[in-house]
Design a protein around this ligand. Structure first.
Ligand code: ZN
Ligand code: ZN
Length: 340
């Protein structure tokens, strides 16, 4: 009576259920970083996944983790595939039971007592439904090296196909991040005030502002160093040169005859030096003014031992200075490439 079921089970052992995965309306596939620390979800254009990416290694755009191409299913895709496979198994079991009932009924036919068996109400066939894609992501990126197209929410550092890390894009993303932080401070303040009270809301927002200054300094340092190395052809410069405004400016002056001062003017440069120094004492002295700060900046608004105050206008001003200098340095660097 159970031969039908056993036959179906055997058949199942030999079949693999393949579940198609759909792309979104723009042709992008959903992927997820398999590193347990990260699990970042992103999208990659299906054509580039097939034609550019290599089976042996795909890279996470956020953390750079690498794994073979078979490890990048999203949890939603795995769940949906499991559900589809289960549907196929259930249908096979139902089919096996129905076959068994049919042969039972055949054998019982014509006996003294009539017995029939039926398996009802359960599907005996299962149509696999492709796994649907998640909503398209707005931020589309194309790798400058291998031209792979991928999409993320927020920002990304690495190309999933070749792990190229674009310093230019990272800089632009950092600038956007700082501006967004400042923009969102009133909303964060309001939301936190309701949840955790005014003290904690103020502390968090102060910290957000202060990190805005250090984000600008770090992004500026990396970008200016990269542009300088490209243009000068040098392999490296002394560590942290571009964290020191005077030293960095001097290098550009020697290289192309233009300095930071020529790009943003003396007054703004002075403000920039002041904010770079404030970042230094926030990072290394918990924000308390020391002799060195007073000497270097000539800022007489503070006495030694006081704590610096960062306002949103400070961060926005620094953001603007940093962006202007980088824009000039990019122009100089591009000029260099044309000559070459
Ligand atoms: Zn990752
Ligand atoms: Zn690439």
């Amino acid at each position: 009576m159970f031969e039908g079921l056993i036959k179906q089970m055997k058949k199942l052992q030999e079949t693999s259920v393949s579940v198609p995965v759909n792309t979104d309306e723009e042709g992008y596939l959903d992927r997820e970083c398999p590193s347990k620390e990260c699990l970042f979800q992103f999208k990659i254009h299906e054509d580039d996944w097939k034609n550019i990416c290599k089976d042996e290694a795909i890279y996470c755009p956020l953390c750079g983790h690498s794994a073979p191409s078979t490890s990048w299913w999203t949890k939603e895709q795995l769940e949906a595939a499991k559900e589809q496979a289960l549907g196929v198994v259930k249908a096979a079991i139902n089919q096996g039971l129905a076959d068994g009932a049919r042969s039972f009924n055949r054998k019982m036919n014509g006996g003294f007592i009539k017995m029939t068996m039926s398996v009802s109400g359960r599907p005996k066939y299962y149509n696999i439904i492709p796994v649907s894609a998640q909503e398209a992501m707005k931020l589309k990126i194309q790798c400058g090296e291998c031209f792979t197209r991928f999409a993320v929410v927020g920002s990304a550092f690495f190309c999933p196909a070749c792990m190229h890390n674009s310093i230019d894009r990272t800089f632009d993303d950092s600038m956007k991040k700082v501006a967004t932080k400042i923009d969102n401070i009133p909303a964060v303040m309001k939301a936190l005030e309701q949840v955790s009270g005014r003290d904690e809301a103020t502390l968090t927002c102060r910290s957000l502002l202060e990190t805005g200054i250090s984000d600008c300094v770090v992004a500026f340092q990396k970008m200016m160093e990269s542009l300088y190395l490209k243009k000068s052809g040098k392999a490296k410069v002394q560590a942290n040169t571009f964290q020191r405004i005077d030293d960095g400016s001097k290098l550009w002056q020697e290289l192309c005859g233009e300095s930071y001062e020529s790009w943003i003017g003396a007054d703004r440069l002075k403000t920039m030096i002041l904010l770079f120094q404030k970042r230094h004492i926030l990072a290394h002295g918990e924000g308390f003014v020391d002799d060195k700060y007073v000497q270097k900046t000539g800022d007489d608004r503070y006495k030694v031992g006081q704590r610096v105050v960062i306002r949103d206008s400070d961060v926005l001003e620094l953001l603007d200075c940093v962006k202007t200098i980088v824009a000039h340095a990019r122009k100089v660097q591009a000029r260099n490439e044309e000559v070459l």
